[in-house]
Unconditional design. Structure first.
Ligand code: ZN
Length: 332
């Protein structure tokens, strides 16, 4: 029964029916006694989700913020569901819902700490919200963070900056955001004209940044915004969406942010568009350009939404690419 469950589901109306969003799905999957065990017991939980690697002299720590399941139906705007399901099957992933992981990066340079993106905070799916636990398990404290660099203003990247109750999570950090992203989302006229379904995203940006608006540092593209970290225009996913190049000695890491969502879909099929891509054509051109650069230069990459620890390389394959995860190392 267990063995054939996926096959049975794929062939039923259930698999194709609207699935009621991430929350309902996640609850179905997590409402078991072992998963709801106290966090102080091991229960069915994994070891803490952090992973360290070196880029030249810089220690990079990937910090996982759990995951959310997203119904596959309608997720890729310009592909048939059956083709998307085939790509999922090729990657040995479920064909009903995509598990989307969240992975931020901490850069340690001497005693300077830079965080790139902040996770879901306390506002994500029940299977997300693991960030603080993992960050602390890696030996960090939020009070130590000097700089938080934000790639774009979607909730899964900014909500970790401020709890639902308004508390600022990184009291001593300078917050840096892309200038173009700020200009777009903070425009009141644009918010007022936005379709009802989009207004919440604008309001959330104000919830997070409003109390610190005068202190938020806005950065441009092709600038060294923190030591060894250069911003790269990667617009399309959102109007100011930013990727980065981290360089130290002869080592480089291309930090892709949301240039792709899950690599099994959008690295393999770079012309597919996730519903989150606000300008699908621009996002597609950005994705092709960035993946091509990573493949031809053999540069190590990090993705926000790849399987943890979300770092590896890009190889050309057919009309698309393939994500090759880095080999786990017991030493950074
Ligand atoms: Zn994202």
């Amino acid at each position: 029964m267990t063995i054939t469950r996926r096959g049975i589901l794929a062939g039923t109306a259930l698999a194709a029916a609207p699935l009621g969003g991430i929350t309902a799905l996640a609850q179905t999957h997590t409402a078991t006694p072992s998963a709801s065990a106290s966090p102080t017991t091991t229960g069915s939980r994994q070891a803490p989700g952090f992973y360290r690697y070196k880029v030249g002299d810089i220690e990079v720590t990937a910090i996982n913020d759990g995951f959310a399941r997203r119904p596959l139906e309608g997720f890729v705007r310009n592909a048939e569901l059956k083709d998307v399901q085939a790509a999922m099957q090729e990657a040995f992933l479920p064909v009903d819902a995509l598990p989307i992981t969240f992975n931020t990066l901490v850069l340690s340079q001497g005693d300077r700490l830079t965080l790139i993106d902040s996770g879901n905070g306390d506002m994500g799916a029940p299977t997300a919200g693991r960030w603080m636990e993992n960050f602390r398990a890696a030996g960090f404290d939020p009070g130590q963070v000097d700089t938080v660099v934000i790639s774009h203003f979607h909730g899964d990247h900014i909500n970790g900056l401020r709890l639902k109750d308004g508390t600022a999570v990184f009291p001593n950090a300078e917050v840096m955001v892309p200038e173009a992203e700020w200009a777009f989302w903070m425009d009141d006229a644009r918010m007022n004209q936005a379709p009802e379904g989009m207004k919440g995203a604008y309001q959330n940006v104000r919830r997070v940044f409003g109390p610190i608006a005068k202190d938020v540092k806005r950065y441009g593209m092709d600038k060294e915004i923190a030591p060894s970290l250069t911003s790269i225009a990667a617009h399309g996913h959102t109007p100011g969406h930013t990727a980065y190049m981290l360089s130290s000695g002869s080592d480089r890491l291309m930090i892709m942010s949301d240039v792709t969502n899950h690599p099994a879909l959008f690295v393999r099929h770079p012309d597919w568009s996730a519903i989150f891509d606000m300008d699908a054509d621009q996002a597609r051109a950005t994705r092709r350009r960035m993946l091509d650069m990573a493949a031809s230069e053999r540069t190590q990459v990090a993705f926000y939404h790849a399987p943890f620890p979300a770092t590896g390389h890009i190889a050309k394959e057919g009309n698309g690419y393939r994500f090759v995860p880095a080999q786990w190392s017991s030493q950074d």
